[in-house]
Ligand binder design. Structure first.
Ligand code: FES
Length: 197
């Protein structure tokens, strides 16, 4: 319904109607307006002022992500913890070696040498270990930094517990204290007897 129709339906006619129509002000454009509801009745709706607020929000969002990991279960074959038998030599070959030290691997006193990572100091002269690759390795127990008999096997290295000199398994120095290197020896075994030479 137009304003004209509304005023006319309200009973305004003639000069009065024209006067009212000419008095429309801007603010009249924003007063409540009659609206037609879907059911045919009329009602009032209020105008809404909308605008835009511009700003910056800075913050940190923290949270926890919970999820489920699914997968297939397979079979993992555990690596042997014992010596690599492919490195063994025959008993005849072993007997032909001029050994500096001989170890009876069947003796319970050397049981640590049957497991990778185990080591012994022999005759206060040699340190012998079963490396993580399953090979018997040997070195002098006397450090090259100072003549201390403190060299052990640790984490696939020769290590002096006195001042911390480190050597590779082949005797190369790995830090300043170990810069002179370390004497290492050959080993051989038939699985029962181990020799250092
Ligand atoms: S005696 Fe071995 S690091 Fe000094």
């Amino acid at each position: 319904m137009t304003r004209y129709e509304f005023l006319k339906s309200a009973g305004f006619t003639g000069g009065a109607l024209m006067t009212l129509l000419s008095c429309v002000k801007n603010e009249d454009m924003y007063v409540d307006a009659l609206v037609q509801n879907p059911d045919g009745t009329t009602g009032t709706t209020s105008g809404t002022t909308t605008g835009t607020t511009t700003g910056t929000t800075t913050g940190t969002t923290t949270g926890t992500t919970t999820g489920t990991t699914t997968g297939t279960t397979g079979t993992t074959s555990s690596a042997s913890t014992q010596a690599d038998t492919s490195l063994f030599v025959t008993t005849e070959k072993l007997k032909s070696i001029s050994a500096k030290a001989t170890i009876d691997l069947t003796s319970s006193g050397y049981s640590k040498l049957l497991t990778k990572g185990g080591y012994y100091v022999i005759s206060n002269a040699y340190v012998i270990a079963l490396s993580k690759t399953g090979k018997y390795i040997a070195a002098t127990v006397t450090c090259s930094h100072e003549p201390k008999k403190r060299v052990i096997y640790s984490n696939e290295e020769w290590y002096c517990t006195d001042h911390g000199a480190r050597f590779s398994l082949t005797g190369a120095g790995l830090n300043s204290r170990g810069s002179r290197g370390l004497t290492v020896y050959n080993t051989a075994t038939d699985g029962k007897t181990l020799v250092i030479y």
